[in-house]
Design a binder for this molecule. Structure first.
Ligand SMILES: [Ca+2]
Ligand SMILES: [Ca+2]
Ligand SMILES: [Ca+2]
Length: 216
């Protein structure tokens, strides 16, 4: 009985030591459920609205292409140097990236409409119906910009000839998401007498393109 008791105690000690060594040399814990999920890149999205007063830009309904033109004038008096009715286009940065706003006149057509007038014929050798028109040579625009919501828009105190507006030019800098600018376009006739003669009964049409691009 005595030998059996000692033998049983010795076996118990050996087992305890073995269990302690395993716990110190190999222990582990995990952080589960790791994940990296990519977001979207900042995007450019510019929208416009056509309104009757500058303050209406604040509550305007913006879209990618509102129906109707900003400017629609007929029977314009070429003898007057007075400003023609001003038109207002609101432009909004509806995207998530800051950029700079460019403005240009595109898709320009200038044609003769109907019969050549007697006085037009004295100066214009291309004045049959559908021939090239000359109205763009007498039309200028005062382009004024108004800050509606955090807009650093640019104004020009001098009239810009129509032709110069065909090239894209900077309209607003640091145009941040949510910013709204109001652009007032005031048509005016700037012409010599001969230019007024040749521009009679001509029709000028164009689109106004606003482009939001990466800031330099
Ligand atoms: Ca002509
Ligand atoms: Ca003409
Ligand atoms: Ca004409």
């Amino acid at each position: 009985m005595r030998w059996l008791f000692l033998g049983g105690l010795g076996a118990a000690v050996v087992l305890l030591l073995g269990s302690g060594l395993v716990a110190v040399l190999s222990d582990s814990v995990t952080s589960d459920g790791n994940k990296v999920e990519s977001g979207t890149l900042p995007t450019h999205d510019v929208q416009i609205a056509i309104v009757g007063a500058v303050n209406e830009c604040r509550s305007a309904s913006f879209s990618d292409g509102p129906a109707g033109a900003a400017i629609d004038l007929t029977n314009v008096d070429l003898t007057s140097n007075a400003n023609l009715p001003r038109q207002i286009v609101c432009v909004k940065n509806n995207g998530s990236a800051t950029g700079r706003l460019m403005r240009s006149f595109v898709n320009v057509t200038d044609v003769e409409v109907g019969a050549c007038t007697v006085h037009e014929a004295t100066q214009d050798s291309t004045c049959a119906d559908g021939d090239d028109g000359e109205l763009e040579e007498v039309l200028s625009f005062l382009v004024n910009a108004a800050n509606i919501n955090n807009c650093s828009a640019l104004s020009d105190p001098n009239p810009s000839p129509f032709g110069s507006l065909i090239d894209a030019e900077l309209a607003a800098t640091d145009f941040a998401p949510g910013s709204i600018c109001a652009f007032l376009l005031v048509p005016t006739i700037v012409a010599t007498d001969d230019q007024r003669l040749v521009a009679q009964t001509d029709r000028l049409t164009w689109d106004i393109l606003f482009t939001l691009e990466d800031a330099l």
